[in-house]
Write a protein that binds this ligand. Structure first.
Ligand code: CUV
Length: 634
């Protein structure tokens, strides 16, 4: 593989890598190269910095040193390290959810004017699930109770974390109870991980791992809450057709790239950008062109059809086009290098959140109380830069793909209802039983500089589709697949096996689409991994089995963030065989590795498959699907 193909398989990204090289702009891949060879101890999880006597390293070949200064063994060290990654991931997803809960609360109390209840049906549904009285009560009052219930889920209280206890099957609640894996409070679990991984606390690797998995269940709760509250405030996604890749950036418009996670910011930008078309016109632009990056891009794509320009590891490449007038970010997955690249390219990088400031960026604090005003300020910065950009050469790749997105759980059930109004899950389950759908595979997580961008995702997804597996995607996994045409219904013929093609076509036609659904269904952002969980739980309940019996697998084929680690762990807690396509820093402990890839299966039914080769990973995922089919007797 030549150097360019080793960096990214996306032609638009490749074009920008070459441009960056020509212009002498350093990118993520250059920095990756200068890190090599990466630290072998760190790679295996055998480096500990949890106390000031350290750092300690353990010899992976069984020679001295066999323990850290405190006596921590490789097993202890690796388990502690993994736990902290899970806690960080949980803190991020649930921090995002907590932010939404505060927004919902302010909205319910009439303290903010730019937010409202967009999906009252969802509000009622979620409130009922939480045991909140909904009959003959004004929506605002229910919303206030729901916001309080959400905030209460963060601390220890008499009831368990409700967003965990009410979102999985009853059988799963029992499994989790028996294993003491039901979280008591989301923040409580995060804080307990920090406590138990402190110098001289928990040294039992198994005990540490179980604590980590409980925290990961809290991550599921935080994520699920994030999805629920976003849908209430901004609408539950319905199918929408749009585009993806760098070709969505437009020379003659004010290009504003939105990067990060929370629709609290990005959704308001969508509304305001539309309102400000005239102002942009007065400045000589054909309009304001909002484009998404990473998960907040997924959020506004799912709800408003806003195109996604790129994802994860290639975020710098959006700036290399020279045509992005402002990049506005909130938090998570925002490489600090963006500030440097932005400066080179004349883009203003705007940070908006108190907890995420970047040297070299312009900070413009975003408050829910002044949301629309803040959004206008952002867009005005973009308009000014657009004027400055005139007469300068830009290099926007032409490549873009059609994307049919917006497949929330509700949208999928709604589409199935066109086949069977009484029993929408029946056609899905019947097709699984008949083998038209061999199984279900969810792609999630990021793009990693260690993997040629998108290579693992597309290799595994191609195989899955040929083998008649129904493919779902979220996060930058969805990003990867959309940029390569996997969400364009026109590519069903080319990508799908005959059986799955028949299913996608039947659903598409019953819904008046005049053709099939896209090969891969886009279910949203990373917090929206709650959506495939909801579908799996519904199917399990329909069949009267638990989620660990379903032919459903997951793959974070190019994971980066600690959030991907916590998601992977809750997928395992829910009973799913879960593939990770990059090295997890656990191999330094054969015990921890064995527990995560085998033993945990005896407890939760789920387990990790760590395989860096996408071809053999696909093989293993298919085998896991078939094993479950046999288990179900189908
Ligand atoms: Ni939240 S966590 S790089 S944006 S998927 Fe994308 Fe998704 Fe990983 Fe981040």
């Amino acid at each position: 593989m030549d150097r360019l193909n080793q960096r990214s398989t996306d032609p638009a990204v490749q074009e920008m890598i070459q441009k960056a090289e020509k212009d002498g702009i350093e990118t993520v891949w250059d920095r990756f190269e200068s890190q090599e060879p990466q630290c072998g101890f760190g790679n295996l999880g055998l480096c500990c910095r949890h106390c000031l006597q350290g750092p300690c390293r353990i010899n992976p070949f069984g020679e001295e040193p066999k323990a850290g200064i405190c006596g921590a063994t490789a097993d202890t060290m690796v388990a502690r390290g993994l736990d902290r990654a899970i806690a960080a991931g949980t803190a991020a997803h649930s921090g995002h959810a907590k932010h939404l809960a505060h927004t919902l609360k302010k909205m319910a109390k009439g303290e903010v004017k730019d937010y409202r209840i967009k999906d009252e049906g969802k509000l009622l549904g979620v409130a009922q699930r939480m045991g909140i009285e909904t009959k003959e009560r004004p929506a605002q009052e229910i919303a206030l109770d729901l916001a309080e219930a959400a905030l209460a889920d963060f601390h220890e209280k008499d009831t368990p974390v409700m967003w965990a206890a009410t979102t999985v099957t009853e059988k799963r609640v029992q499994v989790l109870k028996d294993l003491d894996l039901v979280p008591k409070g989301i923040d409580h679990e995060i804080s307990e991980i920090m406590h138990r991984t402190l110098y001289g606390v928990d040294a039992d690797p198994l005990n540490l791992l179980m604590g980590g998995i409980r925290c990961a269940v809290a991550d599921l709760a935080g994520s699920y809450m994030g999805t629920d509250l976003s849908d209430i405030l901004f609408g539950t996604p319905t199918p929408v057709v749009t585009e993806a890749n760098l070709g969505t950036i437009k020379e003659d418009q004010v290009n504003i790239a939105v990067h990060g996670h929370n629709p609290v910011l990005s959704d308001i930008l969508v509304t305001v950008a539309r309102e400000m078309a005239d102002e942009a016109g007065a400045a000589g632009a054909k309009g304001v062109n909002l484009v998404g990056i990473c998960c907040t891009g997924n959020e506004i794509m799912m709800r408003h059809g806003i195109p996604s320009c790129t994802h994860s590891v290639s975020s710098e490449m959006a700036l290399i086009t020279g045509a992005v007038d402002a990049m506005v970010v909130d938090y998570q997955c925002i490489m600090p290098s963006l500030a440097t690249v932005a400066e080179c390219m004349g883009t203003t990088l705007i940070t908006t959140m108190d907890i995420c400031k970047i040297p070299g960026a312009t900070h413009l604090e975003f408050k829910e109380e002044t949301a629309a005003e803040n959004a206008r300020e952002v867009i005005r910065i973009g308009i000014k830069n657009f004027q400055r950009r005139q007469g300068k050469k830009t290099s926007i790749p032409t490549k873009k793909e059609t994307v049919a997105a917006g497949f929330s759980t509700e949208a999928i059930i709604g589409a199935l209802a066109k086949l069977d109004g009484e029993n929408p899950l029946k056609p899905l389950v019947d097709n699984i039983v008949s083998g038209n759908i061999r199984g279900v595979c969810l792609f999630a997580g990021c793009n990693n500089a260690k993997v040629p961008q998108d290579h693992n995702f597309i290799t595994i997804a191609k195989r899955m589709l040929r083998e008649n597996v129904l493919v779902l995607a979220t996060g930058c996994g969805a990003g990867a697949l959309m940029r390569h045409g996997f969400m364009d219904p026109a590519n069903v013929d080319q990508l799908c096996g005959d059986k799955i093609k028949g299913v996608l076509t039947a659903i598409g036609e019953a819904n008046g689409l005049g053709g099939p659904l896209p090969p891969v269904l886009h279910m949203g952002s990373c917090v929206d991994n709650s959506r495939p969980v909801a579908v799996a739980v519904a199917v399990a309940n329909y069949l009267g089995v638990d989620t660990d019996k379903l032919p459903v697998v997951a793959s974070a084929a190019e994971a980066v963030s600690e959030k991907a680690v916590s998601i992977g762990c809750y997928a395992v807690a829910a009973g799913l065989p879960t593939h990770v396509g990059v090295m997890l820093p656990v191999l330094g402990s054969p015990l921890v590795t064995k527990v995560l890839t085998e033993k945990i299966g005896d407890l939760t039914g789920g387990y990790f498959i760590v395989d860096l080769d996408p071809e053999s990973a696909a093989e293993k995922l298919l085998a896991a699907i078939d094993e479950r089919r046999i288990g179900l007797g189908i």
